[in-house]
Design a protein around this ligand. Structure first.
Ligand SMILES: Nc1ncnc2c1ncn2[C@@H]1O[C@H](COP(=O)(O)OP(=O)(O)OP(=O)(O)O)[C@@H](O)[C@H]1O
Ligand SMILES: [Mg+2]
Length: 409
């Protein structure tokens, strides 16, 4: 026989606490470990007793309630949090979900709502799904052209190659996404389609709507075909989609746009890792500084923000140490400047690992993916030549020449 689900109830309102308790009493296999009239006592009991489910009422104090959800989840990752409230507004639902709540129940809580929510909770607890929530890795820079799409695309593919797990690559550059070009694919469905059917979203719907990349376990959620459709996508849609994707995929890698709009911020809020990309130029470093300041104001955990230097060459005037000193922060990763390999990969629509396996830039992606996923890998260092130094100078010119040749074909 199934173990009873253990539960703690936190609600400052005596009557509604009694109502919810009364409703819960009607279910078999539910064991209420305690009910509390304040968030602090309820939090302490939740940490001490480690219940499977915690009901938190947010009607009285939304901010402290949200903080309590975060704290409980950080101590007990598999705990299922149900939020209750008399006030229902989208912002509060969104904040609760971002904090880690699984369900939002409007008061008075009905038997029907409880029944659905408890079924989901049991499924979540018994399948151990909570242990395997995927990680969201966002690649961000508030400056364009730094290499976000290059990093996101190749990192996503590398993660699936070395972990053998399912990875989803999301193009949140909603106005002018590049991922389909980088991978030379024409998906049948895109993020606007998913948003239009958001109420139907479940695992099979998502998997059948995403574009599977060749024979790999890489799935792509493409940007919408036109600007109007991009505008219709809301921050709530983004939160729902990312929440769903992380339940299905081991890693969700997101290529973001360069601004701090609400959709990008929603994604950054929900991310486990923000790969803050820069190059070693004064303007890029200054922009990075601004991002770090904002992330600090948003109270992001410093561990979550990982500084990535792209296109780095040992001969650059500004060294990694200079960057670390200027930003007062360790550089998490550096990608070598591999202009010809990267441009050739983009122009051909073939990822780096398939066009230049074991080259320095490919190895760098392997090592980064291994570090993030804590996977052992063998690195073949004999596989590719370092590129000529002049490529940095020639880069823009070569790029234009190659593009012209392509278009004149
Ligand atoms: N490691 C690298 N070495 C050399 N060149 C690189 C490297 N990474 C990216 N590039 C070059 O930088 C250019 C911009 O890359 P990418 O399109 O990935 O940047 P982005 O940040 O996504 O740009 P956008 O802001 O337009 O979306 C590409 O043309 C690519 O050739
Ligand atoms: Mg891009």
């Amino acid at each position: 026989m199934a173990q009873p689900l253990t539960l703690i109830l936190i609600d400052s309102n005596f009557d509604s606490r009694g109502n919810t308790k009364g409703a819960l009493d009607q279910f078999n296999h539910i064991k209420v470990l305690g009910d509390y009239d304040n968030l602090v006592a309820g939090y302490e009991a939740s940490v001490r007793e480690k219940p499977g489910i915690v009901f938190i009422d947010l009607t009285e104090n939304e901010d402290l309630g949200i903080e309590t959800i975060e704290k409980i989840i950080s101590k007990n990752k598999t705990c299922v949090i149900f939020v209750t409230s008399e006030i229902v507004d989208t912002n509060l639902v969104l904040r609760s979900m971002r904090a880690g709540a699984r369900e939002f129940l409007t008061k008075p809580v009905t038997i029907e709502d409880l029944s659905v929510a408890l079924k989901k909770a049991r499924n979540f607890i018994e399948t151990g799904e909570g242990d395997s929530l995927g990680q969201i890795i966002s690649v961000f820079s508030n400056k364009g052209g730094i290499g976000k799409t290059t990093i996101a695309t190749n990192l996503a593919l590398k993660l699936t190659e070395i972990t053998n797990k399912r990875v989803c690559l999301v193009d949140l550059n909603l106005q002018i996404g590049d991922i389909t070009t980088f991978l030379d694919i024409s998906p049948s469905f895109d993020i606007a389609y998913i948003c239009a059917h958001i109420s139907r979203i479940d695992e099979s719907f998502l998997l059948s709507s995403l574009e599977k990349y060749k024979n790999k376990d890489l799935y792509v959620l493409a940007d919408p075909p036109n600007v109007e459709q991009a505008e219709e996508i809301s921050a709530d849609d983004i939160a729902s989609i990312l929440g769903m994707l992380r339940e299905i995929f081991a890693y969700v890698v997101v290529d973001t746009s360069s601004g701090f709009d609400i959709k990008t911020l929603t994604c950054l809020d929900m991310s486990d890792h923000i790969m803050l990309a820069s190059i070693v130029s004064l303007t890029a470093i200054r922009n990075c500084q601004r991002c770090l300041e904002l992330f600090q104001r948003l109270e992001y955990n410093p561990e979550k923000v990982k500084l990535i230097i792209n296109r780095y060459s040992q001969d650059d005037e500004i060294s990694v140490e200079d960057v670390e000193e200027a930003l007062d922060r360790k550089v998490y990763w550096t990608f070598p400047n591999s202009y010809f390999t990267v441009v050739s990969s983009i122009n051909k629509g073939i990822p780096i690992s398939q066009i230049a396996r074991d080259s320095p830039i490919d190895n760098s992606f392997t090592e980064l993916a291994a570090k993030l996923s804590e996977t052992e890998v063998y690195i073949n260092k004999s596989g590719g030549e370092e590129e000529e130094e002049e490529e940095g100078f020639l880069a823009p010119i070569m790029n234009s020449i190659k593009s012209l040749k392509l278009f004149n074909k």
